[in-house]
Unconditional design. Structure first.
Length: 371
């Protein structure tokens, strides 16, 4: 019988919705909770476990919020190993869990977290067994994660059914969160993990893209955006360098790794949380401007968790403006765009062909997957 190790980092992603840019550090999770953040890692783990229901497998996991509670809720009868202090889990707990599961002889470790969690597992076990990440963190630069929680479950289901799935080493990368909160990206390579590869379901390492004529194209995209802006309409400006080019064209200060709000060419909110965005756009005509993560294709769910499902449902598909260079789209090699909102119904609503502004009065249609 297939033996699946399950590890959940219950505080992963807590800092995203409240604009803290991550959850690393002893005080960050507590601060995020105090600001009203809600834990999502176990919810995303449930989504990953759904495709595994009814399959013949044994689940091994750590107690309570590190996996046992969710596995039981989803109808599994997990073998619970190890001990934790519930409500006060640490990075060391993640490492202990990974080591224990290798000792138990699991076939694969499915873990929910972000780049910090991947670092912990890489440090603890290196390539001892294959692993696959359920994206639950703010930072997902590493190539060890599935594109969505459901996609992670689909890959594991393929393995359980004995289907042929290639294994390959993928990079673990993480960034300095202190610098990240100040708008600087300092990514560092920490090693590699053995990951099952299925092109539809497993993401690439985040790409920063090329520079050749990118700046000129960004100027064209920015000119098109500014020309089409409407008076007395709120514009939510998402994160990333492409959106930053639009803010530069407007002469406005920009939060490169956060979400800002503008109206009539003026900055009215900076580095906003999910709740602030809901409050400030209530009853107002609003557009959302977002871009594509190079090499991965995500437009929602990577570094912009401030864009909550409640906000996206209120806006609707027609009020989402996607901007990207054709070079960035071509780097996807035909892979679809990804929406990983944490809400399966919303992911479905946002799937299909979407218009992407790629230059001055120039746009393409590109597919958003329903994963």
């Amino acid at each position: 019988m297939f033996r699946l190790g399950l590890i959940v980092n219950p505080v992963a992603g807590l800092g995203g919705s409240v604009a803290l840019k991550g959850s690393d550090g002893e005080d960050t999770a507590a601060k995020a909770l105090a600001l009203g953040a809600e834990p999502k890692a176990n919810l995303r783990t449930r989504q990953a476990l759904e495709p595994l229901q009814g399959l013949e497998l044994e689940v091994l996991t750590f107690p309570a919020e590190m996996g046992a509670d969710t596995a039981t809720e989803m109808g599994f009868d997990p073998k619970v190993i190890g001990e934790i202090e519930s409500g006060h889990t640490t990075a060391e707990d993640t490492e202990r869990a990974a080591v224990a599961m290798v000792a138990e002889g699991v076939d694969l470790i499915l873990f929910a977290g972000g780049d910090g969690t991947a670092r912990n597992i890489c440090h603890a076990i290196e390539n001892a067994v294959p692993v696959l990440g359920v994206p639950a963190g703010v930072k997902i630069h590493s190539g060890v994660y599935a594109v969505t929680p459901k996609a992670a479950g689909e890959v594991v289901a393929m393995l359980v059914r004995g289907e042929i799935v290639t294994l390959d080493e993928q990079e673990v990368r993480d960034i300095d969160e202190a610098a990240f909160r100040e708008g600087r990206v300092r990514a560092k390579y920490y090693g590699e993990l053995l990951v099952p590869q299925e092109a539809r379901y497993v993401q690439n390492v985040k790409s920063s893209g090329g520079k050749e004529i990118e700046e000129l194209v960004l100027d064209d995209i920015a000119a098109d955006f500014v020309e089409t802006m409407e008076d007395d309409v709120l514009y939510i400006m998402g994160s990333g360098s492409t959106v930053q080019a639009l803010m530069n064209e407007l002469g406005l200060e920009n939060t490169l790794l956060g979400v800002d709000l503008i109206e009539n060419g003026q900055l009215i909110g900076q580095d906003l949380t999910a709740q602030q965005l809901l409050d400030m756009t209530e009853g107002r005509e609003t557009r959302l401007v977002i871009t594509v993560i190079g090499g991965q294709g995500h437009i929602i769910g990577r570094g912009n968790q401030q864009l909550s499902p409640a906000l996206l449902k209120r806006l609707g598909r027609d009020n989402i403006i996607v901007v990207a260079t054709k070079t960035k789209i071509q780097s996807l090699d035909g892979r679809p765009l990804i929406v990983d909102s944490g809400d399966a119904e919303l992911n479905h609503q946002l799937s299909g062909l979407i218009r992407i502004v790629t230059g001055y009065r120039d746009a393409i249609l590109y597919r958003v997957a329903d994963l």
